[in-house]
Write a protein that binds this ligand. Structure first.
Ligand code: SF4
Length: 403
């Protein structure tokens, strides 16, 4: 990724593509695609619902990871009506582990809207698609072109990278002038009657050839690509504004036992990881011990007093915009009735039943360990943190950094 002062340079005005160049680029790309496209489950259908689901999943997740989730999702909700009818929790559970949960909530809400307003049929005009909640220009263009062969561009990150290089666009493609230039070019390149294949081919060459480190020597566009022909290293493009460092937070959470049950809380619907369940806890404050943080967060979140008994385990996790070190503690319920304050709901659940709920990835790791233990940790529950040592990582080889 290039991080230079060039990111402030303005995009050059779009130059009209000559018909000859346009035709040659399209023909070469379509020919390459016919020989190199991957066999992906969503390419075996023209059902707009299935294509929409796949496009939403692919927005922030790699193809290899998406395939099993897509198959699971389509098995659970094979039609627009099935998705619209499903409870929110069931949708989140099937999505669990893929991250960016707002995508699942938006899909669900939009499916309900399509059933209500469009009789369960995905709309076929650009305006009516854009009118749906959560459907931006990319998703509208990709579904309309792939499902209905309509000539709308579908400009995702891969396409931005490819066209920035082919047309040597030396400014950040996420900013308006460059994005406009790229979108105009993507639109102009679509050959008549071939939007479906062309848009998929453009995405595919970005995924397989014009990758962050491009394989120009095998690229069907190398003769026409300005970055390849004119620049010492095409990988310099696309230019990106320098990213701010990602903040890191320390989190303490409580695994609060009452008999054979533990307490879980549901996050508010709006906001990050909305509607997912978690072990109650939160961010460490300045000059606070982890144990005090755990007790305070449980009190603030659920109005409950607990004894923080012993460290359970620690792990690291990275989200897109920040990372965390999560310290989990065994806690004993002392008094008070759990009342969701910042949480939207809370429940006492047996360890075996935790799998019925949708949790964020870091909490899933805690659950796996709890379920392997299979019972309440009687010895640990007798030891009090205030007399014990600091937090230890209890997973073998354990501090993992996942996304
Ligand atoms: S020649 Fe290289 S930089 Fe240009 S489009 Fe092909 S892979 Fe990308």
């Amino acid at each position: 990724m290039a991080k230079t002062e060039k990111t402030t340079r303005r995009a050059r005005p779009a130059e009209p593509l000559s018909p000859v160049l346009r035709k040659r680029l399209a023909a070469r790309l379509l020919d390459w695609y016919s020989r190199n496209q991957r066999d992906l489950p969503w390419r075996r259908t023209q059902d707009p619902y299935a294509i929409w689901v796949s496009e939403v999943m692919l927005q922030q997740t790699q193809v290899d990871q998406v395939v099993p989730y897509y198959q699971r999702f389509m098995n659970a909700f094979p039609t627009m009506a099935a998705l619209a009818d499903a409870p929110r929790d069931a949708v989140l559970k099937v999505w669990e582990g893929m991250g960016y949960y707002s995508r699942a909530r938006n899909l669900h809400e939009t499916a309900r809207r399509i059933v209500e307003k469009h009789d369960g049929q995905f709309p076929t005009t650009y305006e009516s698609v854009r009118d749906l909640p959560g459907l931006g220009a990319y998703t509208a263009g990709s579904v309309l072109s792939i499902a209905f062969n309509q000539p709308f561009p579908a400009v995702d990150g891969n396409v931005q990278r490819v066209l920035s290089r082919v047309f040597r666009i030396e400014s950040d493609p996420r900013k308006t002038p460059a994005l406009h230039q790229i979108t105009t070019s993507a639109q102009a390149l679509i050959p008549k009657g071939k939007a479906r294949d062309f848009n998929q081919a453009l995405m595919e060459i970005g995924a397989l050839v014009c990758r962050p480190q491009p394989k120009c020597e095998v690229c069907c566009w190398s003769n026409d690509c300005r970055a390849y022909q004119e620049m010492p290293d095409p990988a310099i493009l696309p230019l990106r504004a320098v990213k701010k460092p990602r903040p890191h937070y320390t989190i303490a959470v409580g695994v609060i036992w009452k008999g054979d049950h533990v307490l879980i809380a549901r996050r508010a619907s709006s906001g990050f990881l909305g509607d997912l369940w978690e072990f109650p806890g939160g961010k460490l404050e300045a000059n606070e011990s982890l144990e005090a943080c755990c007790a305070r967060e449980v009190r603030e979140e659920l109005g409950l007093s607990v004894d923080v008994i012993a460290p359970f385990m620690s792990l690291k996790h990275a989200y897109s915009h920040f990372s965390i070190t999560l310290h989990a503690f065994y806690c004993r319920y002392r008094r008070g009735r759990p009342q969701p304050k910042s949480a939207s709901e809370c429940r006492w659940v047996s360890i075996g039943k935790l799998s019925d709920y949708a949790f964020p990835k870091a909490n899933k790791v805690l659950i796996e360990v709890l379920q392997k233990q299979g019972r309440r940790p009687a010895t640990d529950m007798r030891r009090n943190c205030s007399r014990g040592s600091g937090v230890r990582d209890q997973r073998s080889g354990s501090v993992g950094l996942g996304v």
